[in-house]
Design a protein around this ligand. Structure first.
Ligand code: 5RP
Length: 222
């Protein structure tokens, strides 16, 4: 079975009746959400979902998973989401699917966070995967120039027809091609301070458990 599918299905075992569940975004989270939908239909699992993107919302609606917005719940019991890179010290890059703003809001309101990845996402240090930065349109060219000056090798994310990609919040994405991030905490502080940056894809010190799909088995790392 494909690794992303195996790990997505396995992750659904963590979901129990009565939970408020954060439903992640991406091709791995897709399989998790499908399995939650299957368990609800076939096993009578009873949960409420909080989605992290319009895409996942549409999938959950198709599966008839009852949904609430993050503002309608007191807290989220558990969020299960994908990741683009996870370092040895359990920091992550997310946002390859441009959903990291909602994903971080949902994560920040979750008691427990599980990331589901195939083994290719596990790295020693972050940075080979371009770091996604969601920016407001106004002033985005100026931010781009500042990133260039800092040597961060930015690129605007584009659609296939060469138009600029728009997030669910109608913002742009600038991807930073950093190669290697030696000081993620310092970089996080720097990006947090930049006006016009809505959210970046550094997810530091937030994950509790990682499920890693390998060709032999699904490994659990805490
Ligand atoms: C979306 C994300 C995804 O979780 C991340 O890109 C991983 O995606 P995939 O499971 O398709 O590899 O952060 O914004």
């Amino acid at each position: 079975m494909e690794l992303k599918k195996a790990v997505g299905i396995k992750a659904a075992d963590y979901i129990e009746n009565g939970m408020v569940v954060g439903l992640g975004t991406g091709s791995t989270a897709y399989y998790f959400v499908e399995e939650v939908g299957r368990r609800m239909k076939e096993e009578g699992l009873d949960i409420v979902g909080v989605t992290t993107s319009i895409r996942t919302k549409e999938q959950a609606e198709r599966l008839q998973i009852p949904l609430k917005s993050v503002d309608e719940v007191e807290y989220i019991d558990m969020t299960i989401d994908g990741a683009d890179e996870i370092s040895d010290d359990f920091h992550g890059i997310k946002g390859g699917g441009a959903a990291h703003l909602y994903e971080k809001i949902v994560a920040n309101n979750s008691k427990k966070i599980i990331w589901i990845v195939d083994e290719s996402k596990m790295v020693q240090k972050l940075g080979a995967f371009p770091l996604p930065i969601e920016v407001v349109k106004y002033g985005s060219q100026q931010l781009f120039k500042r990133f260039e000056e800092k040597g961060y090798q930015p690129s605007f994310r584009k659609n296939e027809d060469d138009t600029l990609y728009l997030t669910d919040e109608q913002n742009y994405i600038i991807d930073l091609h950093l190669g290697q991030i030696d000081y993620p905490i310092e970089l996080e502080k720097e990006l947090d301070k930049m006006t016009g940056v809505v959210e970046h894809g550094l997810f530091l010190n937030c994950v509790d458990t990682v499920l890693i799909g390998t060709s032999e088995e699904v490994i659990v790392k805490e």
